[in-house]
Each structure stands twice: as structure tokens, then as C-alpha cells.
Design a binder for this molecule. Structure first.
Ligand SMILES: *Cc1c(COP(=O)(O)O)cnc(C)c1O
Length: 377
């Protein structure tokens, strides 16, 4: 069986380094908010090209606390509208609702699965204050276009980079910029299955804004900048020393893993030629660096049959995601709304095995099994 994602094998590559990092933390006697965290924050900010990285407990908290910080700083208030893609993982939307802001769902471009700039601009109302742009499946959204819209309408931009560590594109000044360095701030997740994964929960916010960074450092720590003084009704959302030490090890290997993912993606794109399978946009038609292939997502009108065929031939796949947010019980008020592009995506998408330990032979098998699938008319 070719597993969809083999986390054990991925982390086994760095076993000695990870054990050394954990041992260092155990022996230090300091387990929260110490040197390991500040070293990882500096390394991750430097990797993203931002001034700050603020470690938090998980990716959802990174998004929730950034919006919360903007409320504390008077940049957002209850009832303000935030544009968000209708096909995102639900966490992006939960972060908006959790802050008593109003999510405004906008359909994606079918080619990239990311926010459509034209539809984004059309959705702006007098109440719109922010765009939460998601880099879904590892591919940067059209950030030059989105930043341009945001500037013209005076909107904040929060990137959801949970799936896009290291993805980059060229900005309007010809400068290469990574995910996390385009908007006013960005949320990252280091959930174990993400491209940069901890051995538990972890997340971070990146930003170039000093005031926002300082507010976030307080909010994650009970609202306190200074011991026993509380400026905000904050929360406990900290990235602990063990996870920070583990992430510092894994960050060093991230670009190597991304290169391997790109090799697999290119092989799939060149090898899969079954007309029943819609491939992601050919990487060569995009800037190569704009995609870090968190997921390799294909579409098929007969998805259930294809998934069964793959499984019978030893290829494990997953669906990202089977139910769109507006059809979830959690958002009952939207259940009757219609987002045809998102609904089609959720009916047809399927993710093929992808990761830093998949071998050339396994890639060749996945391609062969995809090509041997016969769609029934
Ligand atoms: C994983 C993910 C999150 C949430 O991250 P957690 O660390 O699991 O809280 C948010 N947005 C997207 C797009 C994600 O994929």
C-alpha cells in the first residue's frame, strides 16, 4: 500500500536530530517561553522574510488572535465584513466568526482553487474591512492582485498560509516574496501533517507590523506584556519549548522537502494522461516557486469510482474537502446558499500521495494506476 502521508517515515529521517533537540529541552529545565521559542521565531521570520514571527498554540489561534489583535488596536469592530474563499478549510472561517466579524464567502478561481480577484472586488461593501486570503493546497493566491484591491479599498489582508510554508512569487516591484510576507499578517499552522510539521500542535503569526506583533505577544499570554500586568483579556496560546526545538530542526530541512514535493508533482503532471482526470494547472505555466504542493489535488467526475480503483491497486487517497463550509451544520444559516464552483470542487477533488518520503517507484505506480482507470459513460 502506498500511504497518502507517512508521518512516521517523514520524522524518522531526522530522528537523531529530533531526539537531541528534545533532550536539550528536557535537560534545560525551562519548558515555556524560553530560548527555543525565540530562536525558532527568529529563524522562521527570517525564512519568511518578515520582521516578526510570533509562536502560538496552533494555526487556528494564529488567525483568531490576529483578528482579535486588530480589534484591540481599533482596526476592526464587531460586525465588520471579512472576505474569505468559500472553498477553504473551515478553520479560516471559524477565525472570523469567533471574533464576531462577518465572513463573506467568495468563490475561487477553478484553475488555482484560490480567491478570484474579480469576484473579491465585486463582493466589497461599505462594511468590508479585511480579506482573509488562503493559499490553498500549497499554492499562493494571486497576491499582487489581492494586495492591489486591498490598497485601493483600504482593507487589511490576513494570509492563511497554513498549507503554504515557503511558497513565493514576484511582487509588483520585481521582488520575490514568500507566503506570510504579502499581507498585513499571516497565520501559519505547524500541525504534524503540514509541510512544516511539529510533533503536536503549533502555529505562528508573521508580520512586519511592530504594534501588531507586540499585541499578539500579549494576547497569547493572558493579555500580558509584562508579568502580572494585563492589558487585554487575553488567552493562553503558547508554542512550547519542545515543539519550538523540533520545528527549528525541521525548518532546516523544509526547502529540501519542498524540492522533493515539486519533483513528485512534476512527475504526476507529466505522467498522468487519463482524460477522466483533471490535473492541477501545469506548474510550468505558473512561477515554479509559487506552489509547495502541500497537496496534489486532481478532479474527476467519477471520483468515488477512481478512488476505489486506486485503493484496490494499493494507492491511498484523501478528499480535501468533502463538504464545503456553507453546507456544514456549524453554519446552518448558509445551508441553502449556492456556491456552484465550490460545490463542484467538493464533489470532484481527490488528493494523491504526496510527501518527502515517496519514492520514484511509488510515483510511477500511482501514475500507472491513475492511467489504467476506465471511466464509465
Ligand atoms: C490546518 C489549517 C488551519 C488550522 O491549523 P491548525 O494548526 O490545525 O489549527 C487553518 N487553515 C488552513 C487552510 C489549514 O489547512
Amino acid at each position: 500500500m502506498i500511504p497518502f502521508l507517512d508521518l512516521k517515515a517523514i520524522n524518522a529521517q531526522y530522528r537523531d536530530e529530533l531526539i537531541e533537540a528534545c533532550t536539550r529541552v528536557i535537560d534545560s529545565g525551562w519548558y515555556i517561553a524560553g530560548n527555543e521559542l525565540s530562536q525558532f521565531e527568529q529563524a522562521f521570520a527570517s525564512y519568511c522574510g518578515t520582521k516578526h514571527a510570533i509562536g502560538v498554540a496552533n494555526g487556528l489561534d494564529a488567525l483568531i488572535l490576529t483578528l482579535r489583535a486588530w480589534k484591540e488596536l481599533g482596526k476592526l469592530k464587531d460586525g465588520d465584513e471579512v472576505i474569505v474563499p468559500s472553498n477553504t478549510y473551515i478553520a479560516s472561517i471559524l477565525a472570523i466568526s469567533a471574533n464576531d466579524l462577518v465572513p463573506v464567502l467568495v468563490e475561487p478561481d477553478l484553475g488555482t482553487y484560490n480567491l478570484c480577484p474579480a469576484k473579491t472586488e465585486a463582493a466589497i461593501t461599505a462594511k468590508t474591512r479585511a480579506i482573509l486570503s488562503v493559499h490553498l493546497y500549497g499554492q499562493l493566491a494571486d497576491m499582487p492582485a489581492i494586495m492591489n484591491i486591498a490598497q485601493r479599498h483600504n482593507l487589511l489582508v490576513l494570509e492563511d498560509s497554513a498549507q503554504a510554508h515557503g511558497a513565493s512569487a514576484i511582487d509588483n516591484n520585481g521582488k520575490s516574496k514568500k507566503a506570510g510576507n504579502w499581507g498585513d499578517a499571516s497565520g501559519f499552522s505547524f500541525y504534524p501533517g503540514k509541510n512544516l510539521g511539529a510533533l503536536g500542535d503549533a502555529g505562528a503569526v508573521t508580520t512586519n507590523d511592530d504594534e501588531l506583533a507586540e499585541t499578539l505577544r500579549a494576547l497569547r499570554n493572558y493579555g500580558s506584556h509584562e508579568k502580572y500586568k494585563n492589558l487585554y483579556q487575553g488567552t493562553n496560546s503558547r508554542l512550547d519549548e519542545i515543539q519550538a526545538a523540533i520545528l527549528s530542526v525541521k525548518l532546516k530541512h523544509l526547502d529540501g522537502e519542498t524540492a522533493h514535493r515539486r519533483k513528485i508533482a512534476n512527475a504526476y503532471i507529466e505522467g498522468i494522461n487519463n482524460p477522466a482526470v483533471v490535473l492541477p494547472l501545469n506548474a510550468s505555466s505558473l512561477a515554479l516557486e509559487s506552489h509547495v504542493w502541500h497537496l496534489f489535488v486532481i478532479r474527476c467526475e467519477q471520483r468515488e469510482a477512481l478512488q476505489k480503483h486506486l485503493l484496490e491497486h494499493g494507492v491511498q487517497t484523501l478528499i480535501h474537502y468533502p463538504i464545503p463550509p456553507h453546507k456544514q451544520q456549524a453554519y446552518k444559516e448558509w445551508n441553502m446558499d449556492s456556491y456552484p464552483v465550490s460545490e463542484m470542487i467538493h464533489r470532484q477533488v481527490m488528493s494523491l500521495p504526496m510527501g518527502s518520503t515517496i519514492t520514484d517507484d511509488q510515483v510511477a505506480s500511482v501514475i500507472a494506476v491513475c492511467n489504467s482507470f476506465k471511466a464509465v459513460n
